[in-house]
Design a protein around this ligand. Structure first.
Ligand code: SF4
Length: 643
């Protein structure tokens, strides 16, 4: 039994396909020969790595330009539809310039050569099973090649899997493309090897007494689904992914000169937050939100494999959300090992200071926190389980510990109001120096999200597949609705946000084009005084010196605190001094007026990023994060209201 797994354009060039690498390892354990082919690298060589990179990562992905370049190869020429795509999607929806349209058309013209090359250079009939992994814009290219393989080698079993084929989408696609024999829907760690075994042994997958769960198959011309697979509970029981074919392919490819490979690692599946409170817009995790983690020992074994065997410089964890238990286990051990490797993790935004410090100690240099907004009310609408001030304190601590935070502003949620955005604009102005978000975009309605599954609960109406799907797949709107992952929609009148976010979108756009060059830093000079050094463009003064209780309050509010809690803290720290609440509030408000603090009306948060002393670093990541303390810092002015 020989199995070939294929990654087609426009799969990422700079990393192995994790799903394929897992399945190759699973098949090896079952003594089934398997090879993985990265035909996306071949395509990049043909069209040029720059062009491949441009179309697959720089264009808006809901334009589906990469998928569209393969439509003529799949369906044959359709001049009217092709002209319609260019006019309606590229020109009208996305306002592409003529030279970019010409670039896309040039890539499209090379597609037949690429597919001919694939057909000629691979001995497809050496394999009984050819499996395609399809996520993002890999679908049409994979279908175009699968159609050619099946036409020339009908005995080859064509199997599809990946995020584009989960659930209803997989059943609809299987029905639309009769050269696809099987679909592995959802997690395929168990179902794919068992499917291969049954094909080898001539057993049916749909046997009434022993159906193989998670498979779409054909019976009497009809597409039948055996039902969702059981989620993989014991991740430790499965083998370490085998990335060897990716690195061999990259070594043989001219792309090796321009591609810096990133190693991916999966330490968990699902989302522990989403299992408790599914964020309303989130379509990740398909039908398996339940959180499952690898044991710390297993996670560390995999990391060691990547660092020792594959000499990984940078590891991107693909988990949707970091397991909080890893702080005291996996991350603590990584901190102890002091590896030169750097890591990326997606995290929940409400981490505390110690968590951020631990990330830095462990070598995590980049995170993607689920920030999404700086409005408490909108965060509630999203069910994000964080607040604006918590988001800001995380960004501040990331700055302090030298961790790059990749965050987004999302807008257009049903129920947003102008008030939400005017408050948010104030906060964004105050945190310009912490760095702009990497993205700012409207709410996207995705399959598997609560907004998609229960639109009526949120005042969302008229849900329909994005227009672009008409140019990618056959069928009417109802059929496209079963294949689509992204949807257009409208709002009912009571929750329509209108353009209430316009000013914030404009502000963020300007912020991203002109980031703030200055900084606000706090420098503890001695036990009694704290210097705030403000080099921002809107600084009220270059320096502020705080002493005694004022210093204590500012430092105490490094984490957000309510007036009540600050009062209790002062009473304990200064038992002999009487503080009245009005005076305390006046002081806090004076800090806000001087752009040194922010508040949500209940809590107060100091904004200055603490400068770290040389030698206080606990890891190389922290050492590079050291703040620049101006050696010429002189005594500054006091905040006037304190005097
Ligand atoms: S957005 Fe993130 S935190 Fe929310 S449910 Fe999805 S994966 Fe989980």
């Amino acid at each position: 039994m020989n199995v070939l797994l294929v990654s087609m354009p426009f799969g990422a060039l700079d990393r192995p396909a994790l799903g394929m690498s897992i399945l190759k390892a699973e098949l090896a354990e079952a003594d089934i020969a398997c090879e993985a082919r990265y035909l996306n690298l071949v395509c990049a060589e043909l069209v040029g790595c720059d062009e491949y990179h441009w179309i697959s990562t720089e264009l808006p992905y809901t334009a589906f330009a990469g998928d569209w370049t393969f439509t003529a190869a799949l369906y044959g020429p359709k001049p009217q539809s092709e002209a319609g795509y260019v006019e309606e999607i590229l020109k009208r929806t996305w306002q592409f310039e003529e030279r970019d349209i010409a670039r896309i058309l040039r890539i499209r013209a090379l597609v037949p050569h690429f597919l001919d090359y694939c057909m000629e250079t691979v001995r497809w009939d050496d394999y009984q099973v050819v499996g395609f992994t399809s996520t993002f814009e890999q679908n049409i290219a994979s279908l175009a090649l699968a159609k050619r393989i099946k036409a020339k080698h009908p005995a080859v079993n064509i199997v599809f899997g990946g995020a584009n084929w989960e659930g209803e989408m997989g059943i609809a696609l299987h029905g639309a493309f009769d050269f696809v024999d099987y679909v592995c829907s959802g997690e395929a760690d168990v179902s794919f090897p068992e499917l291969v075994r049954r094909i080898r042994d001539g057993c049916s997958v749909g046997e009434r007494r022993n159906p193989l769960r998670g498979i779409v198959y054909r019976s009497k011309g009809r597409s039948l689904f055996t039902g969702p697979p059981a989620p993989v509970h014991d991740l430790d029981a499965h083998p370490i992914p085998d990335f060897s074919d990716y690195f061999s392919a990259l070594d043989r490819s001219s792309a090796t000169t321009v591609v810096t490979p990133v190693l991916v690692c999966e330490t968990s599946r699902g989302c522990w937050w989403g299992a408790k409170s599914h964020c309303t817009f989130c379509g990740l995790n398909g039908n398996t939100m339940a959180f499952r983690r690898k044991s710390p020992a297993r996670a560390l074994e995999e990391i060691s494999h990547l660092t020792n065997t594959l000499l990984a410089q940078f590891i991107q964890f693909v988990d949707n959300i970091l397991d909080m238990k890893y702080f005291d286990t996996v991350l603590a051990e990584l901190a102890r090992r002091r590896l030169p490797t750097r890591f990326f993790y997606e995290v929940k935004a409400n981490l505390n200071r110690r968590h951020v410090e631990r990330l830095a100690e462990a070598g995590v240099c980049r995170i993607q926190p689920g920030i999404e907004s700086m409005s408490d009310r909108i965060l509630k609408l999203m069910r994000k389980g964080t607040t604006a001030l918590r988001n800001i304190q995380l960004l501040k601590w990331c700055k302090e510990f030298g961790i790059e935070a990749d965050w987004n502003v999302l807008y257009g949620f049903p129920g947003e109001t102008r008030g939400d955005y005017s408050r948010m604009l104030e906060l964004l102005r105050a945190i310009r120096f912490l760095g702009p978000p990497s993205g700012c975009g409207p709410l996207r309605l995705d399959r598997f999200s609560p907004y998609h599954s229960k639109p009526q609960d949120f005042g969302i109406r008229d849900v329909r597949p994005l227009v672009v799907y008409r140019y990618l797949y056959p069928g009417d709107e109802q059929s496209l609705g079963k294949i689509a992952y992204h949807f257009d929609f409208g709002y009912s009148r009571e929750v329509d946000p209108g353009g209430c976010f316009d000013a914030v979108v404009k502000f963020v756009d300007e912020w991203r084009r002109n980031p703030e060059a200055g900084a606000l830093r706090s420098v503890a000079q001695d036990a009694e005084s704290l210097l705030l050094v403000d080099t921002r463009s809107d600084a009220c003064a270059p320096e502020f010196r705080l002493t005694g209780p004022e210093k204590a309050i500012y430092e105490y509010c490094d984490e957000l605190r309510s007036v009540l809690v600050i009062g209790q803290f002062l009473a304990k720290a200064y038992p002999d001094v009487a503080f009245d609440e009005d005076g305390l509030i006046a002081f806090l408000e004076s800090l806000i007026e001087n752009h040194l603090m922010v508040s949500d009306g209940t809590h107060y948060l100091s904004l200055a990023v603490r400068s770290r002393r040389i030698g206080s670093a606990t890891s190389p990541a922290v050492a590079t994060a050291r703040g620049d303390v101006p050696s010429s810092a002189k005594d500054g002015q006091l905040v006037e209201a304190i005097n």
